[in-house]
Design a protein around this ligand. Structure first.
Ligand SMILES: *C/C=C(C)/C=C/C=C(C)/C=C/C1=C(C)CCCC1(C)C
Length: 239
């Protein structure tokens, strides 16, 4: 047995990146417990949505444990684990849009369109951040175009029309989720520009803060997003 596994690395009090990884683990775990333990109070129709909220934070929690340890061991961005987490959780967030809009007749084509765009956004982002770093600005632009199409779809496209057709609490929640995608998700391309070289480098702060940006964004987007779904389910359940 490798005894090194039992050694807990020291935590430098000024290591704010390590700190946000640590807090991220706990927050994602607590949120997952909250969503999973609440499942019994919902009937079938809303249970799936809350279950998916819990899966998103649970998948993130597991990746945060890996990322925290990776950072502690190498003080280097755990880019690989980061993107594996995103490629699993971001499509699940697209599933959430589809699930709440199903009442208004959302078709699976909407689901696949959103999943497709999010996969393009993340794969091209990974290329720019980890594989073809000398062309980070170009890959970032392609990724940004896919992100723009997602924003367009939910703010003005078919998803928006379905939300209006559903009306009431579904429409209200859809609007809040739209803001998450426009503002909360916008933190990621800013983090990307902080951590890569490109035309933007001269006016972006650089250094280790890319992970702090991503960690704060993840907490807002995964837990906050899940709570919006949860409270919609609670309201619908009461109605
Ligand atoms: C829980 C994780 C979430 C919600 C991750 C979202 C990630 C993004 C919206 C990433 C977007 C990017 C761009 C729009 C351009 C630069 C490359 C990315 C992948 C950082």
């Amino acid at each position: 047995m490798n005894l090194n596994l039992l050694v807990i690395s020291k935590m430098d009090p000024t290591d704010y990146v390590g700190f946000t990884f640590f807090v991220g683990c706990m927050a994602m775990m607590a949120a997952s417990a909250f969503f999973f333990l609440s499942l019994n109070q919902f009937d079938k129709k809303w249970r799936t949505s809350v279950l998916v909220s819990g899966l998103i934070t649970f998948i993130a929690a597991v990746h945060y444990f890996y990322m925290r340890d990776y950072w502690a061991a190498h003080t280097e961005s755990p880019t690989f684990f980061r993107y594996v987490d995103w490629i699993l959780t971001v499509p699940l967030m697209c599933v959430e849009f589809y699930l709440i809009l199903k009442v208004a007749g959302a078709k699976t084509s909407l689901l696949w369109k959103m999943i497709g765009l999010s996969v393009v956004m993340l794969v091209t982002g990974y290329f720019g951040e980890a594989v073809f770093t000398e062309d980070a600005a170009l890959w970032g632009a392609i990724s940004g175009a896919a992100y723009f199409l997602i924003v367009y779809e939910i703010w003005f496209g078919n998803a928006k029309k379905l939300a209006v057709a559903a009306g009431g609490d579904v429409l209200k929640s859809h609007k809040i989720l739209c803001w998450f995608i426009l503002v909360g998700w916008a933190i990621y391309p800013i983090g990307y520009m902080m951590g890569t070289e490109g035309w933007y480098s001269s006016f972006m702060p650089s250094g280790g803060s890319i992970d702090v940006a991503y960690n704060i964004a993840d907490a807002i987007n995964k837990i906050g997003f899940g709570l919006v779904i949860y409270s919609l389910a609670v309201k619908k359940q009461e109605a």
